[in-house]
Design a protein around this ligand. Structure first.
Ligand code: FPP
Ligand code: MG
Length: 266
């Protein structure tokens, strides 16, 4: 073998060994309790870009790649509902250039999601846009509609793309919808229950939230899944910037979840 081929062959062998180790770990973990719903606050894209002397939009691009990989890991593990905070309503206050770059990325990736053989199609994942999507530019709404139509019949799993989202808007919207229905059927004098509001949340139909993960060392919820987090949710913070967060960061979190479930059954 020519000497210059040795480093690339070693890298290939290393990648193969890692892929085998991952598959083996996934098989072992899959024998235990698997969270039904995992949510991610993808934080740290800009700090990641700055740390590598790259442009902000490249940080967001890498953030999307990390999201796609994490979605794949979740599917291989058997997690059937994944939520991601990809754009807060508050993010519209960022510079017009950054908002434009994020919308361009969203349009591009939603059109990819609408394609046959792409990740949502491959794993049978139904896309749900969770948020006030009427705030999005028309071209992004059109791309989103294509991805929703393409994945509407998928039954294997759900991907909640929270975009543009805040929890307080979601809860306020649930209250407004509930009252509107009560006015229509003239039952406003009946007590409004937790179940009534829950049924009108934008995430209605998703399983209870088992794990919420926020990256980049920031320890706050930033108006994300405030209602859903009350369901015995395991909240985890990682110091990694989102684009660096991957399989080996996620696995210890799943192990913690399994320990918690086993302890509660003991
Ligand atoms: C948080 O990092 C990230 C975002 C506001 C956007 C997340 C978006 C993606 C992962 C890409 C996919 C996006 C769409 C719209 C499809 P930050 O910008 O707050 O970075 P910082 O915390 O370092 O400032
Ligand atoms: Mg941030």
């Amino acid at each position: 073998m020519a000497l210059h081929l040795i480093p690339s062959s070693l890298a290939w062998l290393r990648d193969q060994a890692e892929a085998k180790a991952r598959d083996a770990l996934i098989s072992v973990l899959s024998a235990g309790p698997i969270p039904k719903h995992v949510a991610f606050i993808l934080d740290g894209n800009r700090r990641y870009a700055r740390s590598k002397h790259r442009q902000i939009r490249e940080g967001h691009y890498e953030g999307f790649c990390a999201l796609r990989k994490m979605l794949e890991v979740c599917m291989n593990l058997g997690v059937r509902c994944v939520s991601a905070y990809v754009f807060s309503i508050e993010n519209f206050k960022r510079s017009p250039e950054e908002v434009q770059a994020l919308m361009d990325l969203a349009e591009e990736k939603l059109l990819e999601f609408a394609q046959q053989g792409e990740i949502l199609d491959k794993y049978g994942i139904r896309l749900v846009i969770v948020g006030r999507w009427e705030l999005l530019p028309e071209r992004v709404q059109i791309a989103a509609q294509k991805a929703l139509d393409r994945t509407a019949k998928n039954k294997n799993a759900v991907f909640n793309m929270c975009f543009p989202y805040t929890s307080r808007e979601e809860i306020m919207n649930a209250v407004q919808q509930t009252i509107r229905e009560r006015l229509e059927d003239e039952s406003l004098n009946e007590k409004i229950t937790v179940d009534d509001l829950e049924g009108h949340l934008r995430t209605a139909g998703s399983p209870p939230l088992d794990i919420l993960i926020r990256t980049s060392g920031v320890k706050r919820l930033s108006d994300y899944m405030l209602w859903q987090c009350c369901d015995d949710t395991q909240i985890q913070f990682s110091d990694k910037y989102w684009p660096d967060f991957g399989f080996w960061d996620f696995i210890p979190i799943v192990l913690d979840y399994q320990r918690k479930v086993w302890a509660s059954q003991a």
